[in-house]
Design a protein around this ligand. Structure first.
Ligand SMILES: [Cu+2]
Length: 204
């Protein structure tokens, strides 16, 4: 009976029949790796983007019917994801979206940007970089530093900066900290957690 055979085959895939021991040579169909891709890895708040997940064997061949992927977000307050892989931006920041099947997960970082044209005064703290690293703003403009992705960063202003700069931001992994630049000059800052992660805000 055909239905019975297909069901048995599906259950076999879900249970990773054939084993996934280290002696596997990639000739079986067990999931070795999951990839998550998207036409766009950024989304504005309130907008959605569709992600695709694929399950690969150890030899890199795509598995046609790997089973149902389970989707999750590292921060649902930044970006939510439904069980079809559709990501919706909630608040500016970065979230890591995961898809898993047969106990194997793949991830993709998704950047959420403000729906309003506020990108010029928003700095995102990403995996190893400030984005954008260089900003020029008018005096008394506030800059939002958006933390996300469960990666710890800080914003430490250099001692060589002109006086009147804003306070440092100590280590944190999430949320938005707003700093106001009331003095003019070039203010260099570093994330001391990640050597080489530096930025400059020039206030005119
Ligand atoms: Cu950092």
């Amino acid at each position: 009976m055909r239905v019975r055979i297909d069901l048995a085959a599906l259950l076999c895939v879900l249970a990773a029949c054939g084993g996934s021991d280290s002696s596997s040579t990639g000739t079986n169909n067990s999931v070795a790796r999951v990839t998550v891709t998207s036409a766009s890895t950024s989304v504005t708040t309130g907008q959605s983007v569709q992600l695709q997940a694929a399950a690969l064997t150890a030899s890199g061949a795509q598995i046609a019917s790997p089973g149902i992927f389970t989707w999750s977000s590292s921060s649902s307050s930044i970006a939510s994801v439904d069980q079809g892989g559709r990501v919706t931006g909630v608040t500016p920041g970065q979230a890591i979206i995961s898809a898993s099947v047969s106990g194997v997960a793949g991830t993709l970082a998704v950047l959420v940007t403000p729906a309003t044209a506020a990108t010029k005064d928003t700095v995102f703290l990403l995996a190893n970089t400030f984005s954008p690293p260089v900003l020029t703003i008018a005096k008394n403009i506030s800059v939002s530093f958006s933390f996300g992705g469960n990666v710890e960063h800080n914003v430490i202003f250099r001692a060589t900066n002109p006086p009147g700069g804003p306070p440092n931001i100590q280590n944190r992994t999430s949320g938005v900290v707003v700093l106001t630049f009331a003095a003019t000059g070039a203010f260099d800052f570093d994330c001391t957690v990640h050597p080489g992660m530096s930025g400059t805000i020039t206030v005119k």
